[in-house]
Ligand binder design. Structure first.
Ligand SMILES: Cc1ncc(COP(=O)(O)O)c(C=O)c1O
Length: 397
């Protein structure tokens, strides 16, 4: 049966992680994987998450199936968090999913059901799993301009000139905050412009919120979503709790649809649930139980959001130190773009070959497209990292 199937291309991140783990050079800097780590290279287990996880284990976890819509109390609490507790015009319905990825897939399946001709527009560049998920759902995709790769800043005219030409068969996939991989920031004015364009051209907004709390704060990071939701009649939202709760392997997420009527919202929710069944039957419940308990218990919610705010401060500090070091060693302010961005990621102005030279000659690991997870750079390695990047990209003038 499987003798003649092709071997798929290797996964870039998994491959680089394996390569880096074999690299024993003591000055190695590994910035490949998109998880938040502490300065000792450990994935952070957040205090509130650890506490609830232990409590649930001590109480004896209920391992029964949850319904195919998931735990609706969790779905409601996560919705309130995603929309920063704001009232939205219209009806929001949702389901619990296996991570934000499961949420995205469920939404794409629903779009395919509603309009098989729909075309999904993704930013160029975008998160590595977006295009494969769109293709797996059997939908067409195209890219809209996003980064100006000379200045590493937002290609505003490219973005808006493309969006204004779209129509009702077009779905625009947007990152709620902390764009992966670029780290580029959309201002509130950008979001207002996007919302107005969606209203006038009738393209459908699909927002992927995977880093709420990593840009300016939990409520602040919801501003783009809220702006769009209060301008258009319909949108879709997938939410991931992988990063902001540090629950990567527990697969915690949700999918939501905003509709103008209760009836449409109910139908969308029922279809989302039905369509996840042939893939994994019902969503995993352990992580969702942890998130639900944190969100509904004020002391735990405070403990969690305080720790997230601390992570945010730390990332901003690293951005500032990186910029200062780049200014210092390059003698120019080209790399100041890093300071105006948000979240864990930034892109280096480097070609694939230059990224390979960084690994090969300097033991500095980033992705081929130049993405680095700057949140995990140890402070004492900032100078070495910056000097290596400058040596390879010859940006030093
Ligand atoms: C933009 C974006 N969406 C979704 C995900 C995946 O989230 P999850 O692990 O919850 O499936 C990621 C993970 O890196 C991401 O960057």
């Amino acid at each position: 049966m499987f003798a003649n199937i092709p071997l798929p291309a290797a996964d870039e991140i998994i491959d680089l992680m394996a390569r880096s783990s074999k690299d024993e050079r003591p000055f190695k800097v590994d910035l490949t994987v998109g998880v938040y780590k502490d300065t000792n290279d450990n994935v952070v287990l957040m205090k509130a998450v650890k506490k609830v996880d232990q409590q649930l284990a001590n109480a004896g976890r209920n391992k029964g199936y949850v319904g195919s819509k998931g735990d609706l109390e969790y779905v409601q609490l996560l919705q309130e968090l995603a929309f920063a507790g704001q009232e939205i015009n219209g009806y929001v319905s949702g389901i619990q999913t296996a991570g934000g990825s499961g949420g995205l897939r469920a939404i794409l399946d629903l779009i395919k059901l509603a309009n098989p001709e729909a075309k999904i527009w993704v930013s160029n560049p975008t998160y590595a799993n977006h295009i494969p998920t769109i293709m797996a759902a059997g939908l067409a995709y195209e890219e809209y301009p996003f980064i100006d790769d000379k200045t590493m800043t937002l290609d505003e005219s490219g973005l808006f000139n493309t969006l204004e030409k779209l129509g009702e068969n077009d779905v625009v996939l947007l990152h709620g905050s902390c764009h992966n991989p670029s780290g580029l920031r959309l201002t509130l004015q950008h979001w207002e412009q996007i919302a107005q364009l969606s209203k006038s051209t009738k393209f459908f907004p699909l927002i992927d919120t995977a880093y709420q709390g990593f840009a300016d704060g939990l409520n602040e990071d919801a501003a783009g979503l809220i702006t769009v939701a209060n301008t258009v009649e319909r949108l879709a939202l997938c939410v991931s709790c992988s990063k902001n709760f540090g629950l990567y392997s527990d697969r915690v997420g949700a999918a939501y649809i905003l509709s103008p009527t209760q009836e449409e919202a109910n139908k969308a929710q029922a279809q989302l649930a039905i369509m996840s069944k042939p893939t994994y039957w019902v969503p995993p419940s352990n992580g969702a139980e942890i998130v639900k308990t944190i969100l509904k218990t004020p002391e735990l919610k405070k403990m969690w959001s305080d720790e997230l705010a601390q992570i945010n401060v730390s990332i901003k500090g690293i951005r500032a130190k990186l910029c200062a070091a780049f200014r210092n060693y390059s003698g120019n302010n080209y790399f100041d773009y890093i300071l105006s961005q948000e979240g864990m990621f930034a892109m280096l102005p480097a070609t694939e070959e230059q990224m390979e030279s960084l690994r090969d000659e300097y033991a500095v690991y980033g992705l081929n497209n130049g993405r680095i997870n700057l949140a995990s750079i140890p402070e004492q390695q900032i100078d070495y990292f910056v000097k290596s990047v400058l040596a390879v990209t010859r940006a030093s003038k």
